[in-house]
Design a protein around this ligand. Sequence first.
Ligand SMILES: Nc1ncnc2c1ncn2[C@@H]1O[C@H](COP(=O)(O)OP(=O)(O)O)[C@@H](O)[C@H]1O
Ligand SMILES: Nc1ccn([C@@H]2O[C@H](COP(=O)(O)O)[C@@H](O)[C@H]2O)c(=O)n1
Length: 208
Amino acid sequence: MTATIQRPLLVGIAGASASGKSLLAKTIKQRLPIEHIQVISEDSYYFDQSHLTMDEREQTNYDHPNSMEHDLLQQHLEQLKQGNSVDAPCYDFTIHTRKPETVVINPTPIIIIEGIMLFSHKKLRDTFDLKLFVDTPLDICLLRRIKRDTVERGRSLESVIEQYKTTVRPGYISFIQPTKEYADVIIPKGGKNTVAIDLVETKLKAMC
Ligand SMILES: Nc1ncnc2c1ncn2[C@@H]1O[C@H](COP(=O)(O)OP(=O)(O)O)[C@@H](O)[C@H]1O
Ligand SMILES: Nc1ccn([C@@H]2O[C@H](COP(=O)(O)O)[C@@H](O)[C@H]2O)c(=O)n1
């Protein structure tokens, strides 16, 4: 593997919210030389809502594909594939919109993109060289999400439960679960499945 590879290899990791996508991406990243791999989150591509009031932002369905700027993400991945840098948005979950600043992403030999609806957009889906789906039971995801969203995303327990019932669970059933069929590999236990991570590591090293 060399750091001068021209065309980055794009790995997509999809699955339910709090299924363990980020942990899986982080664990794979730790297996490879730091300068060869980076992780991008689909969450950064939620639409900017700075023109809306906080009340209006709270009404948005964040588990519907229309809440994400997938065309921009796809264009950015295409530019990275061609060896160009991109200016990626930064997202703030506590205020449901993008931060004013952007971040420069430079191409690396391997780029992992993780997010719930990555495989729901055909053109975006077709951009990936390897597609992984983290398959975690929804009750486990809910327990993890309650903990994470109250601790890290500034949410109350009541708001997490209400959002889960109205949009998160229905969104998973309508838009995320059906995309499992597009995955090359379905991974139970996510970031703690060392057998699957060993296999992905071997595959990535062979593909670069
Ligand atoms: N296999 C696992 N076992 C136990 N906890 C896990 C596991 N995978 C993830 N977690 C924890 O669950 C929470 C959500 O995981 P995360 O990777 O952020 O999910 P996602 O990126 O799919 O939303 C985090 O606190 C993470 O540490
Ligand atoms: N302003 C927002 C934007 C998104 N969400 C929720 O985030 C989930 C996706 O992110 P994961 O890291 O959990 O994969 C998604 O289920 C949205 O409901 C939000 O609550 N607020």
